[in-house]
Design a protein around this ligand. Structure first.
Ligand SMILES: *[C@@H]1O[C@H](CO)[C@@H](O)[C@H](O)[C@H]1NC(C)=O
Ligand SMILES: *[C@@H]1O[C@H](CO)[C@@H](O)[C@H](O)[C@H]1NC(C)=O
Ligand SMILES: *[C@@H]1O[C@H](CO)[C@@H](O)[C@H](O)[C@H]1NC(C)=O
Ligand SMILES: *[C@@H]1O[C@H](CO)[C@@H](O)[C@H](O)[C@H]1NC(C)=O
Length: 187
C-alpha cells in the first residue's frame, strides 16, 4: 500500500516538473512557429501580406497583422482582417498563449475551428466574420471565460448553439447571423 502511494507521489512530482518546464519553455519562438504554421496553411494571398512578409529575417512582432505586448513581447493581437487570404486555421494557433484579440474578418478561411484554440485562455475578442468556416460552433468557446466578443457571422456553421456559451459572464457582443444554425435557444 505504502509503496503504491510513493509510486504515485513520484509520478505526480515528475508530471509537475515536466509541465512547469514546458510552461517555462514557451517564448516568442513558440509564437513564431504558431504563425509560421498558419502561413503554411495559406494557399492564396492576393495582396502578399503574409507569404512574403512573415519571414524569419524580421522580428515576429513586426509582421503584418501581428502586435506584441509592451511588457512581455509575446503576440497579443492577430489581426489579418481584409487580407483576402484563402486557407485553413492552423491548430498550432492554440499555442499563442498570450493572444487577446483574434480578428480574421473578411477572408476565405475554410474547414472548421480546431479544438486547440480552446487553449487561448486570454482571448477577449474572436472574430471570423465573413469566411467559409463550417462544422459546429464548438462548445469550448464557453470555457474561454474572458471572451467579450464572439463574431462568427457569415460562415457555414451548422448545428445548434452550445449551451456552454451561457457560462460566458463578461460576454457583450455575440453575432452568429448568416450561418446554417438550427435548434432552439434555451435559458
Ligand atoms: C511587413 O509588413 C509590415 C506592416 O505592414 C511592414 O511595416 C513591414 O515593412 C513589412 N516587412 C517586409 C519585410 O515586407
Ligand atoms: C483589425 O483591423 C481593422 C482595420 O485594419 C480594424 O478595423 C479592426 O478594429 C481591428 N480589429 C481589432 C480587434 O482590433
Ligand atoms: C504547438 O502546437 C502543436 C499542435 O497543436 C503541438 O504539436 C506543438 O508541440 C506545439 N509547439 C510548441 C512549441 O508548443
Ligand atoms: C458552466 O460552468 C459551471 C461551473 O463553472 C460548470 O459546472 C458547467 O458544466 C458549465 N456549463 C456548461 C454547459 O459548460
Amino acid at each position: 500500500m505504502e509503496r503504491i502511494t510513493w509510486f504515485f507521489m513520484i509520478v505526480y512530482y515528475y508530471c509537475c516538473m515536466a509541465s512547469l518546464t514546458m510552461a517555462a519553455q514557451t517564448n516568442i519562438s513558440t509564437d513564431q512557429s504558431a504563425l509560421l504554421a498558419l502561413k503554411s496553411c495559406i494557399t492564396h494571398d492576393p495582396q502578399n501580406k503574409i507569404l512574403s512578409n512573415w519571414s524569419t529575417t524580421t522580428q515576429v512582432c513586426n509582421w503584418a497583422g501581428v502586435t506584441c505586448g509592451a511588457g512581455h513581447h509575446r503576440v497579443t493581437d492577430l489581426n489579418i482582417s481584409n487580407f483576402g487570404l484563402v486557407g485553413t486555421i492552423a491548430p498550432e494557433l492554440g499555442n499563442l498563449s498570450f493572444l487577446v484579440n483574434m480578428d480574421f474578418t473578411n477572408n476565405n478561411f475554410h474547414g472548421s475551428l480546431p479544438q486547440e484554440l480552446s487553449r487561448l485562455r486570454q482571448l477577449k475578442f474572436i472574430c471570423f466574420r465573413l469566411n467559409r468556416l463550417m462544422g459546429i460552433i464548438p462548445s469550448w468557446l464557453g470555457s474561454l471565460s474572458k471572451l467579450q466578443t464572439i463574431n462568427l457571422r457569415g460562415n457555414k456553421f451548422s448545428g445548434s448553439i452550445p449551451t456552454a456559451m451561457c457560462n460566458l459572464s463578461v460576454l457583450q457582443v455575440i453575432n452568429l447571423g448568416y450561418n446554417q444554425l438550427s435548434g432552439t435557444l434555451r435559458t
